[in-house]
Design a protein around this ligand. Sequence first.
Ligand SMILES: [Zn+2]
Length: 484
Amino acid sequence: MNKLAKGIVGGSLATLGAAAAATLAVRTVQFTPPEEEPRSIEPIGFDFDAAVNCLQQLIRCRTVSYYDRSLEDDAEFEKLIALLPELYPHVFEACTLTRFDDRALLFKWPGREPGNPSVLMAHYDVVPVDESLWEHDPFCAEIIDGVLWGRGTLDTKVTFNGAMFSANTLIGRGFVPKHDVYLAFSGCEEISGPGAAHIVDWFIEQGITPEMVLDEGGAVVQDVFPGLERPCGLIGIAEKGMADVRLSVASNGGHASAPKPHSPVVALAEAIDAVESRPMPLKISEPVRKMLDTLGRYTAMPFRTIFSTIDAFTPALDVFTRKTGGNLNALLRTTVAFTQMQGSAAPNVIPSTASVVANIRINTEDTLDGVLAHLEAAIDDSSVKVEVIDGWNPSPVSRTDCEGYERVARAVADTWPECVVSPYIMVQCSDARHWGRISDRVYRFCGYDVTSEELATIHGNNERIPLDVLRRNIEFYLRVVEQC
Ligand SMILES: [Zn+2]
């Protein structure tokens, strides 16, 4: 039994009576996966070399977003946009392109009949690199031993290419979607820019409600869910909210040689300690409940017991995740990470203001206002000012009982037949959140399988994608678009 199961089961058995233990045993026996119907999966063909070439050309454009916009090179963004008619010529035959402010691009591919359209999203900006830490040039798009290297290979030029290349291929074969398909791209996602929001505004103006919106998010991953041997295909049906909150304490400053008791730094330290020792309560959100109910059925004992009656184990899970933090904790509660601290400019000066920024990720069961009230109550000190620098509430939870979700789930299951497909909640932010304003069918899935080592290269060094993963990415997109 690993540490997780030991901690949770041990903590719970101590508090359960014999009758409760018997109920638990019955639940576990009934908690089995649905029978899998035998499916014949159609093989799917396309010009793979062309797909690789397209992604290479996108990587070679240095479309780096910076919070300091003066560092950005507009010509590189324009270079990428100018390449598109050459890379995806059929898209330009069948679709109209509308450009919005902040580098947003929207292609409309008209369908055969009226009806709610589908939207495939991606962003074509990337985060900066520290080239000295890369083993290969981040903007050369070299292929080394079957692996394509470069910034954006995973985040998210691969999905940009997946959407564009699959549309280009299907248009070239004479395919016309049933309803309109939109390809919606942002060029400033990495700095939380407004590109995607402009596109959503336009949809609202036009009165269009999508049947399905697909953006980056989950992936096919292995060894991330306790007790599960099979890989899982995680489709994000919601994302947590985010807030940067500054805590600050002011003072009259002064020389450090004759300090008053309780300097602003100490008051701030007490506030930080108060927040950390009183985490937001654990709340199992609807997406997490759905995930545990789906994946839990495939797990080995004793995990199956835990997931079959998760509420019985919540108190122990609460204690355990407070101690361990990390991914599991992030799925179960609003988290607070202290990131930036500031005091005075000199070692012998008492700061006139001491401050710290907390980066907060808000569970779908909580709200930004609720989190602020929790912070104020935990700190309980009127000298500590709490102010929101930037922030937004969690996204709404998307439906899983509709054609939009089924379409994505089928494409995942057909492309990765060995995996268990499941909803989940994304703990990071994406442009998809803007669509929550007009749709309860927004799904977050990157269209690739990825190892934890490769995942760590996103926003890090040595980002790369194996070519066989790229092949499955295009297959996935072709299967999604064919259903539109
Ligand atoms: Zn990113």
